[in-house]
Design a protein. Structure first.
Length: 172
Protein backbone atom coordinates (compact mmCIF):
# COMPACT_ATOMS: atom_id res chain seq x y z
CA UNK A 1 0.00 0.00 0.00
CA UNK A 2 2.74 2.48 0.93
CA UNK A 3 5.37 0.86 -1.25
CA UNK A 4 7.21 -0.55 1.76
CA UNK A 5 8.20 -4.23 1.90
CA UNK A 6 7.55 -4.45 5.66
CA UNK A 7 5.67 -2.52 8.31
CA UNK A 8 6.33 -2.54 12.03
CA UNK A 9 3.38 -4.10 13.89
CA UNK A 10 3.78 -1.67 16.80
CA UNK A 11 3.35 1.20 14.36
CA UNK A 12 0.10 -0.30 13.09
CA UNK A 13 -1.19 -0.92 16.63
CA UNK A 14 -0.29 2.55 17.92
CA UNK A 15 -3.41 4.38 16.67
CA UNK A 16 -5.60 1.86 18.51
CA UNK A 17 -3.56 2.31 21.69
CA UNK A 18 -3.84 6.09 21.47
CA UNK A 19 -7.60 5.99 20.87
CA UNK A 20 -8.07 3.60 23.80
CA UNK A 21 -5.98 5.72 26.18
CA UNK A 22 -7.83 8.90 25.17
CA UNK A 23 -11.19 7.15 25.62
CA UNK A 24 -10.22 5.79 29.05
CA UNK A 25 -8.94 9.17 30.16
CA UNK A 26 -12.03 10.99 28.89
CA UNK A 27 -14.35 8.48 30.54
CA UNK A 28 -12.72 8.98 33.95
CA UNK A 29 -13.27 12.73 33.71
CA UNK A 30 -17.05 12.32 33.64
CA UNK A 31 -19.81 11.17 35.87
CA UNK A 32 -21.41 7.91 34.75
CA UNK A 33 -23.57 8.61 31.70
CA UNK A 34 -24.26 7.24 28.26
CA UNK A 35 -21.23 9.13 26.99
CA UNK A 36 -18.97 7.64 29.69
CA UNK A 37 -20.33 4.20 28.81
CA UNK A 38 -19.55 4.70 25.11
CA UNK A 39 -16.07 6.05 25.86
CA UNK A 40 -15.29 3.12 28.15
CA UNK A 41 -16.61 0.61 25.61
CA UNK A 42 -14.67 2.38 22.87
CA UNK A 43 -11.53 1.98 24.93
CA UNK A 44 -12.20 -1.76 25.19
CA UNK A 45 -12.75 -2.07 21.44
CA UNK A 46 -9.61 -0.09 20.58
CA UNK A 47 -7.50 -1.97 23.16
CA UNK A 48 -8.61 -5.29 21.69
CA UNK A 49 -7.89 -4.09 18.15
CA UNK A 50 -4.36 -3.12 19.24
CA UNK A 51 -3.75 -6.62 20.60
CA UNK A 52 -5.26 -8.18 17.48
CA UNK A 53 -2.80 -6.19 15.37
CA UNK A 54 0.25 -6.92 17.56
CA UNK A 55 -0.18 -9.47 20.32
CA UNK A 56 2.34 -7.96 22.73
CA UNK A 57 0.78 -4.48 22.68
CA UNK A 58 -1.30 -4.86 25.83
CA UNK A 59 -0.49 -1.42 27.22
CA UNK A 60 -4.12 -0.33 27.48
CA UNK A 61 -5.05 -3.42 29.49
CA UNK A 62 -2.25 -2.62 31.93
CA UNK A 63 -3.50 0.97 32.16
CA UNK A 64 -7.07 -0.23 32.73
CA UNK A 65 -5.95 -2.51 35.57
CA UNK A 66 -3.93 0.31 37.15
CA UNK A 67 -6.93 2.64 36.90
CA UNK A 68 -9.22 -0.03 38.33
CA UNK A 69 -6.98 -0.70 41.33
CA UNK A 70 -6.07 2.93 41.96
CA UNK A 71 -9.61 4.25 41.70
CA UNK A 72 -11.43 1.91 44.07
CA UNK A 73 -13.89 4.04 45.98
CA UNK A 74 -13.01 7.23 44.11
CA UNK A 75 -14.48 6.72 40.65
CA UNK A 76 -18.28 6.48 40.52
CA UNK A 77 -19.86 3.36 38.99
CA UNK A 78 -16.59 1.44 38.78
CA UNK A 79 -18.31 -1.92 38.22
CA UNK A 80 -20.34 -0.57 35.31
CA UNK A 81 -17.20 0.95 33.77
CA UNK A 82 -15.27 -2.30 34.11
CA UNK A 83 -18.22 -4.22 32.70
CA UNK A 84 -18.48 -1.90 29.70
CA UNK A 85 -14.76 -2.23 29.02
CA UNK A 86 -14.69 -6.02 29.36
CA UNK A 87 -17.95 -6.44 27.45
CA UNK A 88 -16.53 -4.44 24.54
CA UNK A 89 -13.37 -6.56 24.66
CA UNK A 90 -15.46 -9.73 24.48
CA UNK A 91 -17.65 -8.50 21.63
CA UNK A 92 -14.64 -7.32 19.63
CA UNK A 93 -12.79 -10.58 20.16
CA UNK A 94 -15.89 -12.57 19.19
CA UNK A 95 -16.30 -10.48 16.03
CA UNK A 96 -12.66 -11.10 15.11
CA UNK A 97 -13.07 -14.85 15.65
CA UNK A 98 -16.23 -14.92 13.54
CA UNK A 99 -14.52 -12.92 10.78
CA UNK A 100 -11.54 -15.29 10.83
CA UNK A 101 -13.86 -18.30 10.74
CA UNK A 102 -15.74 -16.86 7.76
CA UNK A 103 -12.40 -16.62 5.96
CA UNK A 104 -11.62 -20.27 6.75
CA UNK A 105 -9.48 -20.04 9.91
CA UNK A 106 -10.78 -21.77 13.01
CA UNK A 107 -10.12 -20.53 16.55
CA UNK A 108 -7.90 -23.60 17.13
CA UNK A 109 -5.80 -22.68 14.09
CA UNK A 110 -5.52 -19.09 15.33
CA UNK A 111 -4.38 -20.31 18.75
CA UNK A 112 -1.80 -22.53 17.08
CA UNK A 113 -0.56 -19.67 14.90
CA UNK A 114 -0.36 -17.13 17.71
CA UNK A 115 0.42 -19.03 20.91
CA UNK A 116 1.89 -22.41 19.99
CA UNK A 117 4.05 -20.89 17.26
CA UNK A 118 5.52 -18.37 19.70
CA UNK A 119 6.30 -21.07 22.24
CA UNK A 120 8.01 -23.23 19.63
CA UNK A 121 9.93 -20.33 18.14
CA UNK A 122 11.17 -19.22 21.57
CA UNK A 123 12.41 -22.78 22.17
CA UNK A 124 14.28 -22.72 18.85
CA UNK A 125 15.75 -19.30 19.57
CA UNK A 126 16.78 -20.43 23.05
CA UNK A 127 18.42 -23.59 21.68
CA UNK A 128 20.30 -21.75 18.95
CA UNK A 129 21.19 -18.55 20.81
CA UNK A 130 24.84 -17.66 20.92
CA UNK A 131 26.61 -16.02 23.88
CA UNK A 132 26.05 -12.74 22.04
CA UNK A 133 22.37 -12.86 23.03
CA UNK A 134 23.16 -12.73 26.76
CA UNK A 135 25.85 -10.12 26.19
CA UNK A 136 23.40 -7.94 24.27
CA UNK A 137 20.87 -8.17 27.10
CA UNK A 138 23.53 -7.18 29.62
CA UNK A 139 24.55 -4.22 27.45
CA UNK A 140 20.92 -3.10 27.11
CA UNK A 141 20.41 -3.32 30.88
CA UNK A 142 23.61 -1.38 31.53
CA UNK A 143 22.64 1.27 28.97
CA UNK A 144 19.22 1.58 30.57
CA UNK A 145 20.65 1.98 34.06
CA UNK A 146 23.40 4.42 33.11
CA UNK A 147 21.14 6.58 30.96
CA UNK A 148 18.69 7.16 33.83
CA UNK A 149 15.75 6.79 31.46
CA UNK A 150 13.71 4.34 33.59
CA UNK A 151 14.03 6.42 36.76
CA UNK A 152 14.18 9.99 35.49
CA UNK A 153 11.45 12.12 37.05
CA UNK A 154 11.81 14.74 34.33
CA UNK A 155 10.54 12.27 31.73
CA UNK A 156 7.12 11.88 33.37
CA UNK A 157 4.29 13.40 31.33
CA UNK A 158 2.33 16.21 32.91
CA UNK A 159 -1.33 15.27 33.29
CA UNK A 160 -4.05 17.92 33.56
CA UNK A 161 -6.59 17.99 36.35
CA UNK A 162 -9.29 15.35 36.09
CA UNK A 163 -12.02 15.58 38.74
CA UNK A 164 -13.07 11.91 38.56
CA UNK A 165 -9.64 10.38 37.96
CA UNK A 166 -8.11 8.23 40.69
CA UNK A 167 -6.24 10.16 43.34
CA UNK A 168 -2.50 9.83 43.03
CA UNK A 169 -2.56 9.28 39.28
CA UNK A 170 -3.50 12.79 38.31
CA UNK A 171 -1.80 15.97 39.44
CA UNK A 172 -4.17 18.48 41.03
Amino acid sequence: MLGMPETNGELLALPFVLVAVVCLHASTRQTWSRRALLLTAGAGVAATCAVLVKQNVADVFVLAVVLLVASRGRLPHLRQRAGAFLGAVGVTLAAALVAADLRGTTPVELFDAVVVFRIRSSEVIDASASPATSERMAHLALASLTSGVPCSSSSRPQVPYAPYAPTGLVRR
